[in-house]
Design a binder for this molecule. Structure first.
Ligand SMILES: Cc1ncc(C[n+]2csc(CCOP(=O)(O)OP(=O)(O)O)c2C)c(N)n1
Length: 328
């Protein structure tokens, strides 16, 4: 079922916020890293994986989720964290390595944890599968409300953790959905060179569960398919596997020379950017006016600027705090 106008507006606004967050992150990330690219330098240290282009997956799925639903995400987590409602300031502070960050500045951008909305992510690919299935098992055993969703990349669907977790989720009929973000690339390795099937939804048959592939990086189609899978999980009918065609507009990580893809491929991806497409459709269907769409852009930019300003001036953890909250 098509989402109502207020949900569609939320989806557009959240996609814009996520994109502006990524663009600001990219700009600040490069500060202090030139002329020689040294990952440790600058206000945002460490690796950085941007999600530009993949926003439809986050909003199409998270539009159905409630705070008690658990989400595990990947090393490319910002769009999903924002759509799940992770504390925006604390997430920004974490990316800057500040004490007020979600993980006290210890985790950085790949380790965002927000218990208030049941969100976690990890830099180890397919790592979120086990914890998400574990949460689904706990919900089932305790007869609690809430489902679990694991987002992974299409490269991660070749990891053992993926297959083991899918099997257990199916055999125990858990309230779980696996969402595979198929952006065609695992760093520089094309999906066709690494995966035995063109589409991972066919693997669902191997676990005896429904699988669906969603084409076109279209937020509405993703919303509809996610709605079916999530309703099934909530009704106690067991897990589903969704694979969603999406596009990564930026490199695998900041600093990626992207020699594995052609300038033409990048141009065609940019021409298919889902955000201007959704804006045009919302205006055409009179869900928002062009002025309202511009206003969303201005408001989201102001929120991003404010969060970055605060994060930049927040304090770092003291060196003597380094051994707190860790196993030593
Ligand atoms: C277990 C494990 N092996 C290897 C890596 C190194 N690595 C980081 S991202 C990545 C590719 C992931 O591709 P995909 O799952 O398709 O996600 P995408 O980067 O496209 O979002 C790899 C191999 C890792 N982080 N974890």
């Amino acid at each position: 079922m098509k989402p109502d106008a207020s949900v569609q507006k939320w989806m557009y606004e959240t996609m814009v916020k996520s994109r502006q967050f990524e663009e600001k992150t990219a700009a600040v990330y490069l500060e202090g890293k030139q002329p020689l690219f040294n990952m440790a330098n600058g206000p945002i240290p460490g690796e950085m994986h941007l999600s530009n282009g993949q926003e439809p997956v986050a909003v199409g799925v998270c539009a159905h989720l409630r705070p008690e639903d658990a989400v595990t995400a990947t090393h490319r987590p910002h769009h999903i964290a924002i759509a799940k409602g992770v504390n925006f300031q604390a997430m920004t502070d974490e990316i800057f390595g500040k004490k007020s960050g979600l993980s006290g500045g210890r985790g950085g951008h790949m380790h965002l944890f927000d218990a208030a909305v049941n969100f976690v992510c990890s830099g180890i690919i397919a790592e979120g599968m086990g914890p998400a299935v574990g949460v689904a098992l706990a919900r089932q055993m305790r007869d609690e409300e809430g489902i679990a969703v694991a987002f992974i990349g299409e490269g991660a669907a070749n990891q053992g953790a993926f297959h083991e977790a899918m099997n257990l989720a199916a055999v125990w009929k858990l309230p779980f959905v696996c969402v595979i973000e198929d952006n065609s690339w695992g760093i520089s390795v094309a999906k066709r060179d690494a995966t035995s099937v063109p589409r991972n939804d066919v693997r669902a048959a191997g676990y005896g569960i429904p699988g669906e592939y969603v084409e076109g990086n279209d937020p509405l189609k993703i919303y509809e398919a996610a709605g079916r899978a999530i309703a099934r999980a909530r009704a106690g009918e067991g897990p589903s596997l969704l694979e969603v065609e999406t596009y990564r507009l930026a490199g695998h990580f900041m600093g990626d020379a992207e020699e594995y893809r052609t300038a033409e491929e990048k141009k065609s991806l940019e021409a298919n950017d889902p955000i201007p497409k959704m804006r045009a459709r919302l205006i055409e269907e009179a869900i928002i006016t062009a002025e309202a769409a511009d206003d969303i852009g201005i408001r989201m930019m102001a929120e991003v600027q404010e969060a970055f300003g605060r994060a930049a001036s927040a304090r770092y953890p003291a060196p003597e705090e380094a051994l707190e909250k860790v196993f030593v």
